[in-house]
Design a binder for this molecule. Structure first.
Ligand code: WT7
Length: 637
């Protein structure tokens, strides 16, 4: 098994070794996996193209490491424990042996339907076991999965299908989420109506069994295709640097980009980080509440835990259904040992009151984690006291879709914890802070732009179909560095505190959104001439979405207009991107070169206009007063 660090001394030693001899360090981790053929070279890279190769020439299949490898030692152990949306539905479990069989059957079905190594398969599914099974089935045969979060709209889904020219979509009929029943298959039909010509098959998993439209040319039932297949499917031999999956994420400009992860390095890093960050022990039950539609679900529900031979819970529901005690009920019921969730959920549950937590026995919890956005001190203290009871260290894990795995985090029981601090780099991770002049900010007690100066195995390799974009976004801001897009502070002890995005990306309830993307959606409304979107502090969501809009015709009924704008965004992207506040403005503050001065709009949205800075150089300084006069938040001067 991959190394599990146990003491502070060991962390320091291992960290130093990982920096001084990165190849030797990662080779030792990689040795613990099953390879068909060993790699020719541990690391071969340059950040200028970029061209990043880990374990090049090594041959493997990640599912042999997730599944086959465990059959002899833990075939009867539960691999996936599925908890339904409805608390009265019994939990369902798959042992490693059963999961192996189901993955093989699904893999054989995909092959029978013409899916081959390198083909892209899109998933648009709720959190049902078939999602994990399907993803692993792709990996088994070398097909590339592209999971699209099932909360995205038909438009957003169509964009992603087209960008990756997927051959198949796998979906469910419906998605039961809280009290809702969402017509998933209908959304796929709507997406295909937008011209996804590459799709040859829609494989439909029967979930709730509701009525759906059936297209005899494309549609096939999962249960009909999979049931009769053999439980044996030889795994495709993959090169370390063959593509494993694509996952779309938002940037500061343009449409979402497909982040590409490859087989070997991703395998080594997700397993290593999982074992160390959660200190998973034999027999533990681990639960990450994320959706597999996001990177957290890929790395820390599916791949990391299964590689480590863990029991991983997959939860179909939402934190507040049937009530705000659901998370804690599930922790109690399954005696969860490691629990991993997002600050937005913690804040929402905190607001409902302690009685929902106090009802349940949470004494099994050993480690509790946070991910996706900065966790504010109040939420951290509550999580620590009410959920962890002061005994379960909080791991505030900082990472990104692009990093593939957790890069900065405390190690529970090993390094210290401090509210709001993601703290220390993982072994093999070399963070640096840069200033705007492109110089490294040295020493402690400093702030800067967060970069990483040396490759780690699970880092992004390219953005699908557009390598230039990958280079420009991540590798061009600073020479020989990966640029994260985040600002950070390093305290006197060398702990990192993530301050937040320094680009036009906002983080709403832990979901990443490009302001330009939301603006493009808003501009689809027929009465909109121009819009500008910024984030503003929101008690539960972390950041809310504030939209300033110039309209063609005067808006008489503001409430109705706001509703329309929200509907347009829901149609174009999905409900997660809906603006919280909409303000109609006569103009947007612009520089003489015509660039929107977002700094001013952010200040107004935050309610603090005490220090607006110099507005005299604006093309239209008078517009600032109008923007302030119509502000949708109370302004503190
Ligand atoms: C952005 C990445 C990584 C899985 C989920 C989000 C923010 C992430 C933290 C944290 C403060 C955080 C950053 C980052 N972020 N974790 N612990 N503390 N900020 O993945 O959608 O790719 O978003 O989320 O701003 O750049 P993502």
């Amino acid at each position: 098994m991959t190394l599990q660090i146990k003491t502070l001394e060991q962390y320091k030693e291992v960290y130093q070794q990982s920096v001084e001899q990165p190849e030797a360090f990662w080779a030792a981790q990689a040795e613990t996996f099953q390879w068909r053929k060993k790699w020719d070279k541990v690391l071969d890279y340059n950040f200028s193209e970029p061209n990043i190769n880990w374990f090049k020439g090594g041959k493997l299949n990640i599912t042999e490491n997730c599944l086959d490898r465990h059959l002899a030692t833990r075939g009867e152990q539960v691999a996936i424990l599925w908890e339904a949306n409805d608390p009265n539905t019994p939990a369902k479990s798959y042992t490693y042996k059963q999961l192996h069989a189901e993955v093989c059957k699904a893999a054989n079905a995909l092959k029978a339907m013409g899916i081959q190594k390198g083909d892209r398969v899109c998933f648009y599914m709720p959190m049902v076991p078939e999602l994990a099974i399907g993803v692993l089935a792709c990996a088994r045969i070398g097909a590339v999965h592209s999971v699209v979060f099932a909360g995205f709209s038909a438009n957003a889904l169509a964009d992603r299908i087209k960008d990756a020219t997927c051959k198949m979509v796998i979906c469910s009929d419906y998605n039961s989420r809280g009290a809702k029943n969402i017509p998933v298959k209908q959304i796929v039909d709507d997406a295909l109506a937008l011209g996804c010509d590459s799709i040859e098959t829609v494989l439909v998993h029967k979930n709730t069994g509701g009525k759906i439209n059936w297209n005899t040319e494309l549609d096939k039932w999962w249960h009909e295709e999979v049931a009769a297949q053999s439980t044996d499917c030889p795994a495709e031999e993959m090169d370390s640097e063959d593509m494993l999956f694509i996952l779309y994420t938002s940037g500061s400009t343009g449409k979402p980009k497909g982040v590409v992860h490859t087989c070997g390095g991703y395998m080594v890093y997700t397993c290593f980080s999982f074992r160390n960050v959660f200190q998973y022990q034999e027999g533990d039950v681990y639960w990450c509440t994320a959706d597999i539609g996001w990177i957290t679900g890929h790395s820390y529900i599916v791949y990391g835990p299964l590689l480590a031979g863990a029991t991983t819970i997959m939860f179909e529901g939402v934190p507040t259904y049937p009530d705000a005690g659901r998370f804690w009920e599930v922790c109690d019921k399954h005696k969860v040992n490691q629990f991993y969730t997002a600050p937005t959920a913690i804040r929402a549950l905190m607001a409902k009151g302690d009685e929902y937590v106090d009802k349940y026995d949470l004494s099994s919890l050993k480690v509790i984690g946070s991910v996706g956005e900065p966790i504010n001190q109040e939420a951290w203290e509550w999580y620590n006291k009410e959920v962890g009871k002061g005994n379960a260290p909080i791991v505030d894990t900082w990472w990104q879709t692009e990093t593939g795995g957790i890069l900065i985090t405390p190690l529970p029981g090993i390094t210290d914890t401090k509210p709001c601090y993601a703290s220390y780099p993982m072994p093999g991770v070399q963070p640096v802070l840069m200033n705007a002049d492109g110089e490294e900010v040295q020493g402690n007690g400093v702030e800067g732009l967060l970069c990483v100066k040396f490759p780690w195995p699970s880092m992004i390799r390219t953005t699908y179909g557009d390598h230039e974009r990958c280079k420009n976004v991540y590798f061009s801001a600073f020479e020989n560095m990966y640029f994260t897009g985040d600002g950070a502070r390093r305290d006197e002890n060398g702990r990192y505190r993530i301050i937040g995005r320094v680009d036009d990306v906002i983080n709403v309830s832990g979901h990443r959104m490009g302001t330009a993307e939301v603006e493009n959606a808003i501009n689809e409304h027929e009465n909109v001439i121009e819009s500008a979107v910024v984030g503003y502090p929101h008690d539960i969501k972390g950041q809310g979405i504030y939209a300033y809009i110039i309209t063609q015709q005067a808006v008489e009924d503001e409430a109705a207009f706001t509703k329309e704008v929200r509907a347009v965004v829901t149609r174009e992207i999905g409900p997660i991107a809906k603006p919280d506040l909409v303000q109609v403005v006569p103009g947007l503050p612009k520089t003489r070169s015509g660039k929107i001065m977002r700094r001013i709009l952010r200040k107004v949205a935050s309610g603090d206009v005490s220090n607006l800075g110099d507005t005299s150089t604006l093309l239209n300084p008078d517009v600032v007063q109008a923007v302030m006069d119509g502000a949708k938040v109370e302004l503190k001067k």
